[in-house]
Design a protein around this ligand. Structure first.
Ligand code: HAM
Length: 416
């Protein structure tokens, strides 16, 4: 029996890599003053049908539950966030700065960088229209990727503005009902044959294709880049009006993060969605909002392919997996004494391990080394003295069992 296509088993090394990613996500989000929240993994299908756009709806894992409700495994967090904020916004001072780490499900064709489940970090700011919020959000996104050891040579944030395109469509007198479809076509530019794009755009094909190849100018985007320049982050971004994002709810600045080599799919994406909360609110709560999500799959691939980032991760994982103290039981008669000490050491917060059944002393010392223990305590013939061995230097000293706690605390703090 295997896991379903597009679903992963997380063996210990995979879990360690996942935890490494989550720890950095959490740490940098906290550095920016964001607080953590979460939502259910199962939601009414309707919230995605209403707001996410056709691409995501086609990818839903959805079913009718035993109470005849139409439900879906969450493909993204933003509609849940809008629903929760609309219901609870009065309980919080604005702007809200919320982050969340969780698993998401999309029935996509499995390919490199795309699975049927993935984890995302979502960071959102609610209740702020000023461009300062967009600058803060993009800075956070950059700093999160930097926390994995990547530089401006490794990744780029491509930034655009949906208003650039909606202003263009308005100037061409295109009816608002058609905007979504045109934006979806622009989003797919480069992924679909050019003739198909031209056909879908009709009369707009020439001017749109011209902008897509020559680029566009926007005063708002220039100000955003200036804000990032003031923080020393301008080298991490490019203005690129080809980015419009596949999701339907964005209204303003949008961005996506890519590896510079252009080998992988997007690492992260987001933007402003100033109307979504109002649209999902029963009581006409209207709040501007913006956010992004970063996935673990593409980020994990980039880490795996970049020697420095991979080594940093392996080093952090090795340090995280080490234990402090290994107990070697040389005489079975001493097992009960050893276990009493193990309990005390664990109560103090040390990571302590030992073999559950009798084994040769050499094998026990080998296990101590394999587990990266700093100190081994040997319970044997010298009782009530215990031999304390520093596994880095090989130095060994006899200590009375009653004095062990203080002795071990001292030697571990000296060697750390
Ligand atoms: P999204 O661009 O659909 O945005 O997803 C964000 C990131 O999640 C992508 O850049 C990608 O790294 C990862 N991702 C998405 N689908 C998959 C998949 N099938 N397999 C692996 N990774 C995947 C959103 O979800 C928006 N809700 C983000 C947002 C938050 N906008 C405002 N706030």
């Amino acid at each position: 029996m295997q896991a379903l296509p597009g679903f992963r088993d997380f063996l210990p090394n995979d879990c360690a890599a996942r935890n490494y990613i989550f720890a950095r996500w959490r740490e940098v989000a906290r550095r920016y003053g964001f607080i953590e929240w979460d939502a259910p993994v199962l939601e009414p299908t309707e919230i995605y049908q209403k707001k996410s756009g056709p691409e995501i709806v086609a990818q839903l894992f959805n079913f009718t539950d035993k109470g005849e409700r139409e439900v879906a495994m969450r493909p993204e967090l933003t509609p849940s966030l809008a629903r929760v904020v609309a219901a609870h916004e009065r309980e919080f001072k604005k702007p809200l700065k919320w982050f969340s780490i969780g698993q998401f499900f999309r029935y996509e064709k499995q390919q490199r960088g795309r699975l049927r489940e993935h984890f995302q970090l979502n960071c959102d700011i609610i209740g702020e229209t000023a461009l300062a919020a967009d600058i803060e959000l993009v800075s956070l996104c950059i700093d999160i990727v930097r926390a994995f050891g990547f530089t401006e040579k490794d990744f780029v944030v491509r930034i655009s503005d949906r208003e650039f395109w909606t202003d263009f469509l308005r100037s061409r007198k295109v009816a608002a009902e058609q905007w979504d479809e045109i934006l979806q076509t622009i989003d797919k530019f480069g992924r679909e044959p050019r003739e198909k794009t031209s056909e879908k755009l009709g009369q707009l094909a020439d001017p749109v294709l011209r902008i897509l190849s020559e680029g566009g100018k926007s005063e708002k985007l220039d100000r955003l880049v200036d804000g990032l320049r003031a923080r020393g982050l301008a080298d991490f971004v490019d203005i690129d009006v080809r980015i419009v994002r596949g999701l339907a709810y964005y209204t303003g600045i949008v961005f996506e993060v890519f590896d510079r080599a252009g080998q992988l799919r997007a690492i992260a994406g987001g933007g402003r969605y100033d109307n979504l909360i109002e649209q999902l609110s029963d009581s006409a709560v209207s709040l501007p909002a913006l956010g992004f999500a970063m996935g673990d799959v593409v980020l994990g691939e980039l880490i795996g392919e970049t020697a420095s980032a991979r080594e940093a991760m392996q080093k952090a994982i090795a340090a995280e997996q080490k234990i402090d103290i290994y107990i070697v039981i040389a005489k079975e008669e001493r097992r009960a004494d050893a276990l009493a000490q193990i309990q005390k050491l664990r109560d103090r917060g040390y990571r302590v391990d030992y073999l559950l059944t009798s084994r040769k002393v050499a094998r026990q010392f080998q296990t101590a080394e394999d587990l990266g223990a700093r100190v081994a305590l040997l319970y044997g013939d010298e009782w009530p003295q215990v031999a304390v061995k520093d596994l880095a230097t090989g130095e060994q000293k006899l200590t009375p069992n009653q004095e062990l706690l203080a002795y071990v605390a001292r030697s571990l703090s000296l060697s750390s």
